[in-house]
Design a binder for this molecule. Structure first.
Ligand code: GDP
Length: 445
């Protein structure tokens, strides 16, 4: 699936990722190619345009993460944007079938894979959720279709509603409902008739069935290889019948994957399952992460960038240390520092990570600076005014009282904090003044 699109995109990104530094122009050129690749995969124009814009905005605004190339970072941004386009609200595989017997209406054009998917889904519900399922074919114009479902039913061990000649689809739907209730089934699935194209009669028939069955889920089955046609079909069925989701079939073929990308954005309806072959097991829930991975074919780069982004927090701490060396160390800095420490496993953890700071880590440990203390210190800083935070020298007795009371703590705690702030500032300055060869400066490079 998606092989063509995948190939095109990897070409673009291969070129990108080989470069060390990347200009805005490079990103633009690359994204222009991505846009062409998307359109060739039959992604609709507005969707492709929005997609590119989202990626461009993000790529341009984003700080370059260390240890990955900008190109690799763009791959990750494209990946995340793909996931965003593909993602629905909830778990795609979670069907609303809690009130037995729950009706599921299967709709779609002829040849899209509706009957096959009905049986695949029934098998899935039976095997994975232990549901008792009843299937019924409503395709009165094509006896072969009704027999096909019966044969599949036997094959997968799922009951089908006995075929009664001369009934219309609404009568069959009513009988299925009664049978499902009497027979103690959890779910009954109505495989409606399809047409080669959408026509009034088909829609009226499906509507009548819908009104009788009152389905919890109405799944549209469409051939994923038909690209934008699949999307138009979905729009049409949704407008007339109201669908709760889409099943894209034939996603095992190596055709254009555009339907998957446009479906959610154009119709607002989630893709719930994908058909990946003719066999009864060839049905998967639609996983945006996995599909995006398949489209891009660059899972290793995505993982790499994710890893690198985790270290960004550490880099922020580093920046602050640089400012501290210069003697620019306000209460706000201290607070950020304290918050960072909490995140990074306490002060000892952080000091331990920095070369030459082992001694300080020991002092910190001796001073009993555990998380609880750190949280109290943060509370104290929070109850200072902006001015006070910028210039702690302002803090005389009355202000101290107010701040301590604001944090619900003793003035003595505030004094300890102020002392620590002073000491840290002094120490940093001293370390910074040790010159070019200074340990800390060396470490901060
Ligand atoms: P219906 O007319 O919509 O009910 O379509 P069918 O269920 O009869 O399917 C038409 C053909 O498509 C059959 O030969 C199926 O085996 C095949 N088919 C259905 N789903 C898939 C799929 O996901 N992948 C592939 N390769 N073939 C499929």
């Amino acid at each position: 699936m998606f092989e063509n699109l995948s190939e095109r995109l990897s070409g673009v990104f291969d070129r990108l990722t080989r470069q060390g530094a990347l200009s805005e122009e490079d990103v633009k050129t690359a994204l222009r190619e991505v846009r062409v690749a998307l359109l060739e995969a039959d992604v609709s124009l507005p969707v492709a345009r929005d997609f590119i814009k989202a990626v461009q905005d993000k790529a341009t605004g984003q700080a370059v993460t260390k240890s990955v190339t900008p190109g690799q970072q763009v791959v990750k941004i494209v990946h995340d944007a793909l996931v965003g386009v593909l993602k629905g609200d909830g778990d795609p595989g979670a069907l609303k079938i809690d009130n037995p017997p729950a009706p599921i209406l299967m709709v779609g054009l002829q040849g899209g894979g509706k009957t096959t998917t009905t049986a695949k889904l029934a098998k899935r519900l039976k095997e994975r959720e232990g549901k008792r399922v009843l299937m019924a074919s409503l395709d009165v114009n094509r006896p072969a279709a009704m027999e096909q479902l019966a044969i599949l039913g036997v094959q997968i061990g799922v009951d089908t509603l006995p075929i009664v000649k001369g009934e219309d689809p609404v009568q069959i739907a009513k009988r299925a409902k009664t049978q499902a209730a009497l027979g103690g089934y959890d779910v009954y699935m109505l495989d409606t008739a399809g047409r080669l194209s959408i026509d009034e009669e088909l829609m009226e028939q499906v509507k009548a069935v819908r009104d009788v069955a009152n389905p919890r889920e109405t799944l549209l089955v469409v051939d994923g290889l038909t690209g934008q046609d699949a999307v138009h079909t979905a729009e049409n069925f949704d407008a007339r019948i109201g669908i709760t989701g889409v099943v894209l079939t034939r996603m095992d073929g190596d055709g254009r994957g555009g339907a998957a990308l446009s479906m959610r954005a154009v119709t607002g309806k989630p893709i719930r399952f994908v058909g990946l072959g003719e066999k009864m097991d060839a049905l998967e829930t639609f996983e945006p992460e996995r599909i995006a991975g398949r489209i891009l074919g660059m899972g290793d780069i995505v993982a790499l960038v994710e890893k690198a982004q985790e270290t960004i927090e550490a880099e922020q701490a580093e920046k602050m240390m640089k400012r501290m060396i210069k003697g620019q160390f306000s209460m706000n800095d201290l607070r950020m520092q304290l918050e960072q420490m909490l995140k990074m496993g306490g002060m000892q953890g952080m000091m331990g990570m920095m070369p030459g700071m082992g001694k300080m880590a020991k002092q910190v440990e001796e001073a009993g600076l555990d998380d609880k203390v750190i949280k109290r210190q943060i509370a104290l800083i929070q109850s200072m005014t902006k001015k006070e935070r910028a210039n702690p020298a302002l803090l005389q007795a009355s202000r101290k009282k107010r701040i301590a009371a604001g944090a619900g703590l003793d003035v003595s705690e505030l004094n300890k904090l102020l002392k620590m702030h002073r000491q840290m500032g002094d120490m940093m300055k001293k370390l910074g003044k040790m010159g070019k060869g200074g340990m800390l400066k060396q470490a901060m490079k």
